[in-house]
Design a protein around this ligand. Structure first.
Ligand code: ADP
Ligand code: MG
Length: 573
């Protein structure tokens, strides 16, 4: 149980503020996360890491000399938004380019990817290295689909040390990729974790059993077995990892035994002793190991073992000094404090002109967003439960956070006299910014695209409505790259857009066309129960998902139906 907070919705932000207050000699707060509070040499590559909050010391605890330059900190277990990543990278970069590195999760890939595009477009050269160490999340043949867990420490450490040594972006990127290829992890869980304010854990492990292959967001494990002894557990972890050893592995290895939140250090040390005996017995030489909490999942009871296979250059950068709140090694010369003014903040977009008629029409968009919020609130818990079956359980809370922020932004824009385009741009940006997950990025991009297509005019035709629906579809597909049958919201979106366009072409009114389209979307959402997921967090748990509809498709169908109801009430006036 996570017990200490005032407002659970503010947990991540409040905890981050306190973390910065407690570690001011290392880190400073910027909009979106933290950056080093000390000067970095001009021209140094900036390693920018990040991910959801709730994993301390990942990710903010690893910011400091010899390691990361900045960390984008999302909400609890949710990806930071593209805006957050962009702002942290801008405040971190020192003229040598930016390396973004983070665990391979769909939401993070979307948001960090958008930030990377924006940074490159501005002339700040930015590359990405994904961490894919979790051997339980996909077979070796599909290593690029594996998710990242505690192995991210080796990748960050090597990249950060290479940047500290003055290597250029090409070299830092090359070494990070190599470190990732040389890193394998396997985790187990004994009990789930509870999000602040939640009454129940995200998942549970039956008493007397252990779940093998858990993810750090509480995604259920891939198999369950009776609770082993320490020696049996050591054997399971070591044998599992040795079977998956990289081809180019030598005989020098760094074992990292990571506690996920509530396993005691004494237990970790006991287990480490057993692990070390097995590794030595297998003829391996142990180099500078780690045993403790490095990537946690709130109060999850569980642990993971990472093996990092060294060669000469990886060993040099693993052993190099680092000085961060949560990870220290060797000695570095003291750093000068950085001035607060130098921590650049991203500017706000200029206001667009809007006529009085367009401003009045924008009120309809505020009401439509409020209807969307109402239906999300009604189904928040059910959507969370549906996502917990094969995903990470955050679809309800993510949609809630996104739509709450979208409504607040829309109301503020409306009060300031914005037209439809500007209002929907603000709503979409805030949706993506606050929701965190994959669906948040997609809905945010979709809402913004609808605004861009409609513009801020004094009146609209049926053809404008069809163009807006097509823009919604195109934005979501361009960003998420999902295809029909991948078991995502796209499976509801495609029939929605097709039916709507056809109904409008046939001379239907907005309300009747929307009704037909919403029914098609809801029906298609139900039918996703028969599909196997190919995208998103549910993909590694395909069998568990079978028989249950996709949460993003279901929420899309619910929202479409509610907006059809709303359109009917306007048209009848
Ligand atoms: P996350 O997957 O980051 O936890 P959510 O739980 O809020 O985010 O949303 C999950 C939903 O997002 C899925 O049910 C699916 O409908 C949708 N989704 C995931 N990946 C994609 C994608 N690439 N394209 C379209 N929709 C996607
Ligand atoms: Mg989810």
């Amino acid at each position: 149980m996570t017990k200490i907070f005032d407002d659970p919705a503010q947990f991540a932000d409040d905890a981050l503020d306190g973390f910065v207050a407690a570690n001011r000699q290392y880190v400073a707060r910027v909009d979106g996360g933290v950056v080093r509070s000390t000067e970095s040499p001009a021209g140094q590559v900036a390693l920018v890491i990040g991910g959801g909050s709730g994993h301390y010391p990942a990710f903010a605890g690893l910011v400091g000399a010899g390691l990361a330059s900045g960390s984008a900190c999302g909400n609890m277990f949710a990806s930071p938004s593209a805006g957050q990543v962009y702002r942290v990278a801008k405040a971190s970069q020192a003229g040598g380019g930016v390396l973004l590195s983070y665990g391979n999760y769909a939401g993070d890939v979307l948001h960090f990817g958008q930030a990377q595009d924006k940074l490159n477009a501005e002339g700040i050269e930015t590359r990405t290295v994904l961490v894919t160490d979790d051997i339980a999340s996909a077979p070796l043949a599909e290593i690029g689909k594996r998710r990242g867990i505690a192995g991210d420490l080796t990748v960050f450490k090597v990249a950060g040390a290479a940047a500290e040594a003055g290597l250029d972006l090409d070299q830092v990127e090359r070494l990070a990729i190599k470190a990732n290829h040389h890193t394998r992890s396997l985790g187990v869980a004994f009990a789930g974790c509870t999000l602040p304010g939640a009454a129940e854990p995200l998942f549970t492990v039956p008493g007397g059993t252990m779940s093998v292959g858990l993810g750090i967001h509480g995604e259920p494990g891939i198999s369950e077995q009776p609770l082993p002894t320490a020696s049996e557990l050591a054997k399971l972890l070591v044998e599992g990892l040795l079977k998956d050893k990289p081809e180019e592995a030598g005989t020098r290895v760094v074992p990292i035994l990571n506690g996920l939140g509530t396993v005691k250090y004494d237990e970790l040390f006991l287990l480490f002793g057993r692990i070390e005996a097995l590794l030595t017995g297998a003829g391996l030489e142990i180099v500078e190991p780690e045993c403790g909490e490095l990537v946690t999942s709130l109060d999850m009871s569980g642990l993971s073992l990472t093996l990092f296979w060294l060669d000469d250059e990886l060993e040099e950068f693993w052993s190099a000094p680092a000085d961060t709140p949560a990870f220290r090694k060797g000695n570095l010369a003291p750093r000068k404090a950085r001035s607060v003014a130098s921590m650049a903040e991203a500017g706000t977009a200029p206001a667009l002109d809007a006529t009085a008629a367009s401003t009045a029409l924008a009120a309809t968009a505020v009401d439509a967003l409020k209807e969307t919020r109402a239906v999300v609130v009604e189904h928040e818990e059910a959507l969370g439960k549906l996502d917990a079956i094969a995903g990470d359980g955050d679809h309800g809370i993510g949609m809630r956070r996104g739509v709450d922020a979208a409504v607040a932004a829309a109301e503020k824009s409306h009060a300031a006299g914005a037209g439809l385009e500007e209002l929907l741009a603000a709503a979409g940006e805030q949706w993506a910014e606050r929701a965190g997950g994959t669906s948040g990025a997609l809905w945010g991009a979709g809402v913004t695209a609808v605004g861009r297509t409609l513009g801020s005019k004094d009146s609209y035709t049926a053809a404008d409505a069809a163009a807006a629906v097509n823009a919604l579809r195109d934005a979501i597909i361009t960003l998420g790259k999902a295809e029909a049958g991948d078991k995502t919201m796209v499976d509801a979106l495609l029939p929605f857009a097709d039916t709507f366009t056809r109904a409008i072409d046939d001379g239907g009114s907005l309300a009747t066309s929307l009704r037909a389209a919403a029914e098609a979307a809801a029906k298609a959402a139900d039918a996703t129960a028969g599909l196997s997921p190919k995208k998103g967090r549910a993909r590694p748990l395909a069998e568990k998902s079978l028989g249950h509809p996709d949460p993003g498709a279901v929420s899309f169908g619910l929202i479409a139906r509610r907006l059809a109801d709303y359109a009917a009430t306007i048209e009848s006036h």
